[in-house]
Ligand binder design. Structure first.
Ligand code: UDX
Length: 438
C-alpha cells in the first residue's frame, strides 16, 4: 500500500480547520499550524474554535479517536511533518477595498526559510482566496528568492481554491461540484490531485492564476446574482409583483438555476463583499473598471436600507423601540462580518430609534459588532413592547413564528427582510407587514 502523503494546514480558520479535519477524515495525517495558542489548545482537545455544523463531531473522531489531526504553534514541527503544505490564511480587505496579502507574504517568508534548510521535497498549496497572479507572483518569488530553490523543480507549487459556505462547509468539502487545481508543473498538479482521488467530481487542471480567477469569478457572480434579484425585488414591490414567483420562474431556466435568487436585505459575510471589492479593485488597476461589480456592490450597500424604508412607510421611527430578529450575516453561523444587521442598526439608531437585537447563535460576536443596541436573550424579550420588528436573518426559529407570538408588541408592525412569512396570515391578524420584494 502506498504511503499517504502528510498534510500541513497553515491557519486554522473555517477554511483551514474544516479542510484539515476533512482530509484527516480521509485518513491523511494532518498537522495544523496556528499562532494563537488558545486555538491550538482547543483543537487538540477536539473543541472547535469556530462555530461550524458537524465540526465538533468530526474533530472528536480525527483528533481524539483516530489521532490523525493535531495542532501546533511550532512551524518547524508542522513543516517537518508535512509533504503538502496548505496556506489557509486570511486575505482581508484593505481600506480601499483591495486585497491585503500581508498574512500570506509573511508566512511565505517563514516557510521559505525552512525550505532553504530542508532536504525534502515539499509542495506548497495556496487555498486562501487570493487575487489572480498571487501564487505565481509574490508567493513563488518569495519561496524561490529566500530558499534559493526553483518552483517546479526543487519544490511544488499549486493553488487549490475552496468553495465552502459557512454552516455547510463540511458537506461542501466532501461533496464539491468540482475540484480546481492550478499548478506550476505536472508534478505539483499530481501531488495535489492524489489527495482527491476518492472524489467523484471533475478535477479541473488550470494555471495558478486561472484557479485564483475561478474562485473570484464564482463569488463575484453569485454576489451579483443576489444583487440582481434584490433589485428585481425592489422593482416588483412598486408593481405589486411577488418576486418569489419571479425567482421561481427564472430559476426554472437551467441556464440560471434557482439558487442564490432569494431576495432579502443584502449579502454579507467574510467573502462576498471582500472578494467582489478585491476583484473590482483589480479591474480598476488594469484600467478595465468593472461596471457590473461596481453596481453589485452599490446595490448591496443600499439593500439593508430598504428594510428601514419599508418600516418608515408603516410607522414613525424616532423615539420608537425596534427589534431586529437575526443579527448574524446568515443562519447557521455566528459570523457578523459585513452583516446587514450592522447597517440596519446604525440607520435606525441615527433616526432616533431604540434598537434591540436577538440572534440564537451570534451573541458575543454580535455584541462586539453592534455595541450600541440592546442585546436580548430571547425572541420574546426582543419583541415585548416593541413598536416594530425587522426580520434580518432567516433563522428557522423565526420562520415558525405565528402572529400570536408577536402579541406582546406595542404596535404590530413587521418588516420581513428575508421573505419568510406569508403576509396574508399577518394582515388577517391585524398586523401591518411589508415583505422585501412583494
Ligand atoms: C460564500 C460562497 O457561497 C462560498 O462558496 C465561498 O467559499 C465563501 O463565500 P458564505 O459567505 O458562507 O459563502 O455564504 P453564502 O451562503 O454564499 O451567502 C452569502 C451571502 O449572500 C449571505 O449574506 C446570504 O444571506 C446572501 N444570500 C445568499 C442572499 O441574500 N440570497 C441568496 O439567495 C443567497
Amino acid at each position: 500500500m502506498t504511503v499517504k502523503p502528510r498534510i500541513g494546514i497553515i491557519g486554522t480558520g473555517y477554511v483551514g480547520l474544516v479542510s484539515g479535519a476533512c482530509f484527516a477524515d480521509l485518513d491523511f495525517q494532518v498537522s495544523c499550524l496556528d499562532v494563537v495558542s488558545e486555538k491550538v489548545e482547543l483543537i487538540n482537545k477536539a473543541i472547535p474554535p469556530i462555530f461550524e455544523n458537524g465540526l465538533k463531531e468530526l474533530l472528536l473522531s480525527v483528533v481524539t479517536e483516530r489521532k490523525l489531526l493535531a495542532a501546533t504553534l511550532n512551524r518547524q514541527e508542522m513543516f517537518d511533518n508535512s509533504d503538502l503544505l496548505f496556506i489557509c490564511l486570511p486575505t482581508p480587505s484593505s481600506e480601499d477595498g483591495s486585497i491585503d496579502l500581508s498574512f500570506i507574504e509573511n508566512e511565505t517568508k517563514e516557510l521559505a526559510k525552512l525550505l532553504k534548510e530542508s532536504k525534502d521535497y515539499k509542495t506548497f498549496v495556496v487555498k486562501s482566496t487570493v487575487i489572480p497572479g498571487t501564487t505565481s507572483g509574490v508567493v513563488r518569488k518569495t519561496l524561490e528568492e529566500i530558499s534559493g530553490k526553483i518552483a517546479g523543480q526543487d519544490f511544488g507549487l499549486a493553488m487549490n481554491p475552496e468553495f465552502l459556505m459557512e454552516g455547510l462547509a463540511i458537506s461542501n468539502f466532501t461533496k464539491p461540484d468540482r475540484i480546481v487545481i492550478g499548478a506550476v508543473d505536472d508534478t505539483s498538479f499530481e501531488h495535489v490531485k492524489q489527495l482527491y482521488t476518492s472524489f467523484d467530481c471533475e478535477i479541473l487542471k488550470t494555471t495558478t492564476s486561472e484557479a485564483e480567477m475561478i474562485k473570484y469569478a464564482t463569488n463575484s457572480f453569485l454576489a451579483t446574482k443576489v444583487s440582481f434579484i434584490n433589485e428585481i425585488a425592489n422593482i416588483s414591490e412598486g408593481l405589486g409583483i411577488n418576486v418569489g414567483q419571479v425567482a421561481r420562474g427564472i430559476g426554472l431556466d437551467d441556464r440560471i438555476s434557482p439558487r442564490f435568487l432569494r431576495a432579502g436585505v443584502g449579502f454579507g459575510g467574510s467573502c462576498f463583499p471582500k472578494d467582489v471589492k478585491a476583484l473590482y479593485a483589480v479591474s480598476k488597476q488594469l484600467n478595465v473598471e468593472s461596471q457590473v461589480l461596481k453596481a453589485a456592490l452599490q446595490a448591496n450597500e443600499l439593500q439593508p436600507q430598504r428594510a428601514v424604508d419599508l418600516l418608515a412607510q408603516m410607522t414613525e421611527i424616532k423615539g420608537k423601540v425596534i427589534a431586529l430578529l437575526g443579527l448574524a450575516f446568515k443562519p447557521e453561523t455566528d459570523d457578523m462580518r459585513e452583516a446587514p444587521s450592522i447597517r440596519i442598526s446604525q440607520r435606525l439608531h441615527d433616526m432616533g430609534a431604540t434598537v434591540r437585537g436577538y440572534d440564537p447563535i451570534a451573541k458575543e460576536t454580535a455584541q462586539r459588532s453592534i455595541p450600541f443596541i440592546t442585546h436580548c436573550g430571547s425572541i420574546q424579550e426582543a419583541i415585548n413592547g416593541a413598536d416594530g420588528v425587522i426580520i434580518v436573518t432567516e433563522w428557522n426559529e423565526f420562520v415558525e413564528l405565528k402572529p400570536q407570538d408577536f402579541s406582546d408588541m406595542r404596535t404590530k408592525v413587521i418588516v420581513d427582510g428575508r421573505r419568510i412569512y406569508n403576509p396574508e396570515v399577518f394582515t388577517g391578524s391585524g398586523f401591518k407587514i411589508k415583505i422585501i420584494g412583494q
